[in-house]
Design a protein around this ligand. Structure first.
Ligand code: ADP
Ligand code: MG
Length: 694
C-alpha cells in the first residue's frame, strides 16, 4: 500500500487551485492525471524580470520591468490597428501597444497621469522602443505581487502558462517531508540537497543554468528516478533468480528433423545464439536471456530449436506474441516444421472460446501439447502446464516486465525465459529495461538478402507513385501501403487507412485489401491470408503490420506521411520487405515542408539498414522516452532523467541498486524503508510486491 505521506502527491490534478474540469483534461494530456505528474513536469524556460532599465537604457528584445508615468491614450482609427498608450520617465518616452484592446479596461488599469510598473518584452519598432501587451501592469504599491523570476513550462494548446505556474506553486507548498533514500555521502559528494528542496529548486530556477539537466536539483531528481528504475528491476531479477532452475538438455532428435526440413542453413550468428541458449538451459541456473536481432535476422527459428530441446527433454515450451496476427503467423509458420518432427503444437489466443479453448487448455495441462503459441491469453490464470520449461516472449517491447514474469511463473519451478526483441535496443536502454539479462545477438543477416532500395518523395507526387504501380504489379510485385499514424489511436488511424483503401480500390479494384487494428481478428486473418497467397496484391495497413509480419513475396513498402513515424517504426516497417530473394524497395512519402528531425530521420533511413545504428540515431534524435512510442512500449519512459546525456547517472544507479539489494534484499533497513517510498513515488509498486513484506 502506498504510504500516506504520498497521498497529496497522488491526488488528482483538479485538487489544485485553478485547475477546473476543462484545464484538468489539458494538464492530464500534458503531464498526467496526478499532482505528482505535474511536479515531474519541469520548466523549460525562465522569465527574469529583475532588469529595470530607464527608457533611455532599454535594449531591444529584453524583458524589462519599468516604472513609468502614463500619458496619452491613442485609440486606433480602424480595428486592425493597435491601441497605443504613451508612457514616459525622466529619460524619455515610449509606447505600449495593444491589439484588440478594450478602451474602458485600459483606461481603468492605465489612467492618464498615474505611475505604473510595467513588465514585459521590449521591442524596437522603427528605432523606438515599445512594449506590446505587458505581462504585468501594476500600481507602484502592488509591485510585491509580481514574481521577479517566473518558470516557463512546456504547454499544450489551450493551457495558459499562468495556470500551470499557479498549480505547481500550490503543489510545492504542500510537499510532504519524505525520508531520505539517497546515501548522504553520495549526496554530499555530488553537491545535491534533499528531495523536497531539490523539487522546489527545479521549479524555481534562478538562472538559465538551473534549467540544465545537470543542474544539481534536476540531477538529483533524475538520479532518484533512475535509482527507482534500477531498484525495481533488481527486485524483479532477485525474485526470478530465487526460483531454482532446472537442467534441460535435449538429445537433438527433434532438432535434427527440423533442421533437415529447413530450406536453409543456419547463419553463424544463429548457431552462436543457440549454443548460448543451450548452455543456459543445461545449467542449473535459470535462463534469463535476451535474443536481440534486427528484423529479418531469423529469431523465430532459433526460438523453435530452443523449444525443441525442451520438448526432447520431456518438457513443454510456450511462445508469446504481442498480437493475434503475429501469434497466428508464428503458429502457421511453425506448424509444418512441428508436424515433420511429430511435435504437438497448439494455438491459444483471446479469440478462442468455448469448447475448442477448453480442449486446448485441458491438453496443455495434461501435457498432450508440446509447444503452445499464443498472445497474452497465455498468462491467464486458467492456463496451466504439466511441465513448462521454456517461455519465449517475442517482440517483447509491447510487454511489461511484469507480464513476462507472469508467463515465466507458470512453470512453478524456474522456467527458462528467452525474450526476443525485434527492435534493436541501444545498450543504455537495455540496461534500463532489462537490467542485467544475458544478451545474445543475431548480428548477421541470412545470406542472399538484397539491400532494400529506399527512396523519399514528397506526397504531392503521389500520382506518379500510383502511375508506377501497374508496372510493378505486372512484374508480380506485392505491395504494403502503410497509412499515417495520426494519433496513438486505432480509430483515427483506421479512418485514414480506410480512405486510402477506398481510393486504391477505385483504381486497382479487388486486388486491394485493408487491415487495421479495429477490425475483427477473423477478418484481419482472412485479409492477411489472402495477401500471403497473393490474392491481394496491395495491402493497405496501419502499423498493425509493424512487428513481425512475414510475407517474403512482398517487395514494395510504401509509407505515407513517413514524417510522422519514428525511426524505429520506419525501420520495422521497411523490415517487412526484403525478406525474400527478390529486389525490394521502400518509398517514403512525406509532407512538405519537412521538419528538421523528420528530415534527419529520412536521411538516416536512406543511408543505412543497420538496425543498431538506426536505434542509436533514434535515441539521439528523440530521446529515450519517445524511442519506441509511448507507454505501450514497456520500456520505461523517464520523466526527468535523460539517459542519453545522463549515462553516467544511469551507470551509478545500476551499481547503487546492486549494492543496496546485496546488503538489504528485502529493503528492511532504515534506508531500505525510505527506498520503498521512492519506489512508490515513481510508481514502481509492482516491484514492491516482490518483497516478502510488500
Ligand atoms: P525475425 O528475426 O525478424 O523474427 P524471422 O524469424 O521472421 O525474422 O525470419 C525472417 C525470414 O528469414 C523468415 O522467412 C525465415 O524463414 C528466414 N530465415 C531465417 N533464418 C534463415 C537463414 N539462416 N537463412 C535463410 N533464411 C532464413
Ligand atoms: Mg519475428
Amino acid at each position: 500500500m502506498r504510504p500516506e505521506a504520498l497521498f497529496p502527491l497522488f491526488a488528482p490534478v483538479h485538487s489544485l487551485p485553478g485547475i477546473g474540469p476543462r484545464l484538468e483534461k489539458l494538464v492530464e494530456k500534458l503531464a498526467g492525471p496526478k499532482v505528482v505528474d505535474l511536479l515531474w513536469h519541469l520548466p523549460s524556460g525562465l522569465v527574469d524580470r529583475r532588469s529595470h532599465p530607464k527608457i533611455a537604457e532599454v535594449r531591444d528584445g529584453e524583458i524589462a520591468t519599468m516604472e513609468v508615468t502614463i500619458g496619452l491614450h491613442v485609440p486606433p482609427r480602424t480595428k486592425r490597428l493597435p491601441y497605443r498608450v504613451h508612457v514616459s520617465d525622466d529619460t524619455g518616452e515610449m509606447q505600449i501597444v495593444f491589439f484588440n484592446a478594450r478602451a474602458d479596461y485600459l483606461n481603468k488599469v492605465l489612467p492618464e497621469g498615474s505611475r505604473r510598473i510595467l513588465s514585459g518584452r521590449v521591442e524596437f519598432y522603427q528605432g523606438a522602443p515599445q512594449m506590446s501587451h505587458p505581462d504585468y501592469m501594476l500600481d507602484v504599491s502592488e509591485v510585491g505581487q509580481m514574481p521577479l523570476l517566473e518558470p516557463l513550462y512546456p504547454l499544450t494548446t489551450g493551457l495558459p502558462q499562468k495556470a500551470v505556474q499557479k498549480a505547481v506553486r500550490s503543489a510545492l507548498l504542500n510537499l510532504p517531508e519524505l525520508p531520505e533514500w539517497q546515501d548522504t555521502h553520495w549526496l554530499k559528494a555530488r553537491g545535491w540537497v534533499r528531495w523536497h528542496q531539490s523539487l522546489v529548486s527545479a521549479h524555481e530556477p534562478q538562472a538559465t543554468a538551473d534549467l540544465d539537466p545537470d543542474a544539481p536539483a534536476r540531477a538529483r531528481l533524475a538520479y532518484d528516478e533512475l535509482l527507482a528504475n534500477q531498484l525495481a528491476l533488481g527486485l524483479v531479477r532477485l525474485r526470478m533468480r530465487r526460483l531454482p532452475g532446472r537442467t534441460v538438455s535435449g538429445d537433438g532428435h527433434l532438432r535434427r528433423k527440423v533442421e533437415d526440413a529447413l530450406p536453409f542453413a543456419l547463419t553463424g550468428a544463429q548457431l552462436r545464439a543457440l549454443a548460448e541458449i543451450d548452455s543456459d538451459m543445461k545449467s542449473t541456473h535459470r535462463m534469463l536471456r535476451l535474443l536481440q536481432g534486427d528484423v529479418g535476422s531469423g529469431k523465430t527459428v532459433v526460438a523453435l530449436l530452443a523449444m525443441l530441446s525442451a520438448v526432447e527433454a520431456g518438457f513443454q515450451a510456450a511462445m508469446m506474441a504481442p498480437t493475434e496476427i503475429l501469434a497466428r503467423q508464428h503458429y502457421a509458420g511453425l506448424k509444418p516444421l512441428c508436424d515433420t518432427a511429430g511435435v504437438r503444437l497448439a494455438l491459444l489466443t483471446g479469440r478462442d472460446k468455448g469448447k475448442q479453448r477448453e480442449e486446448t487448455l485441458a491438453a496443455t495441462a495434461a501435457g498432450e501439447i508440446d509447444i503452445i503459441v499464443g498472445t497474452h491469453a497465455l498468462f491467464q490464470e486458467e492456463v496451466a502446464f504439466r511441465a513448462l520449461a521454456l517461455a519465449v516472449v517475442d517482440e517483447q517491447h509491447r510487454f511489461g516486465v511484469h507480464q513476462r514474469l507472469m508467463l515465466a511463473s507458470k512453470g512453478g519451478i524456474g522456467t527458462d525465459v528467452l525474450v526476443m526483441t525485434a527492435t534493436p535496443i541501444p545498450r543504455t536502454l537495455t540496461l534500463t529495461a532489462y537490467g542485467d539479462m544475458d544478451v545474445s545477438k543475431l548480428d548477421e543477416k541470412p545470406p542472399g538478402r538484397l539491400p532494400v532500395d529506399t527512396r523519399a518523395l514528397p506526397l504531392d507526387r503521389l500520382e506518379e507513385v500510383l502511375a508506377g504501380l501497374p508496372r510493378a504489379l505486372a512484374r508480380g510485385a506485392q505491395i504494403y501501403w502503410v497509412c499515417p499514424l495520426v494519433e496513438e489511436s486505432d480509430d483515427v488511424d483506421a479512418a485514414a487507412a480506410e480512405e486510402r483503401h477506398k481510393h486504391l480500390l477505385s483504381i486497382f479494384g479487388g486486388i486491394v485489401g485493408l487491415v487495421h487494428g479495429r477490425m475483427k481478428v477473423s477478418d484481419k486473418d482472412e485479409v492477411m491470408k489472402r495477401f500471403e497467397v497473393g490474392d491481394i496484391k496491395i495491402l493497405v495497413a496501419t502499423t498493425v503490420i509493424e512487428v513481425g509480419v512475414n510475407v517474403p513475396s512482398a517487395t514494395i513498402m510504401v509509407i505515407e506521411h513517413a514524417e510522422r513515424f519514428g525511426l524505429a517504426q520506419l525501420h520495422q516497417l521497411r523490415g517487412r520487405v526484403g525478406r525474400g530473394s527478390g529486389k525490394s524497395s521502400c518509398l517514403l512519402l512525406y509532407q512538405t515542408p519537412l521538419g528538421e528531425t523528420a528530415e534527419a530521420r529520412i536521411k538516416i533511413m536512406r543511408e543505412t539498414e543497420d538496425g543498431f545504428r538506426i536505434a542509436e540515431e533514434d535515441l539521439r534524435l528523440r530521446g529515450a522516452g519517445e524511442l519506441l512510442g509511448t507507454r505501450q512500449s514497456g520500456l520505461p519512459a523517464f520523466r526527468i532523467a535523460d539517459i542519453e546525456t545522463q549515462k553516467d547517472l544511469l551507470a551509478a544507479a545500476y551499481d547503487d541498486a546492486r549494492m543496496i539489494l546485496e546488503r538489504d534484499p528485502e529493503l528492511e533497513s532504515e534506508r531500505g524503508k525510505a527506498l520503498r517510498v521512492l519506489l512508490y513515488l515513481f510508481e514502481r509498486d509492482e516491484a514492491i510486491r516482490y518483497l516478502r513484506s510488500g
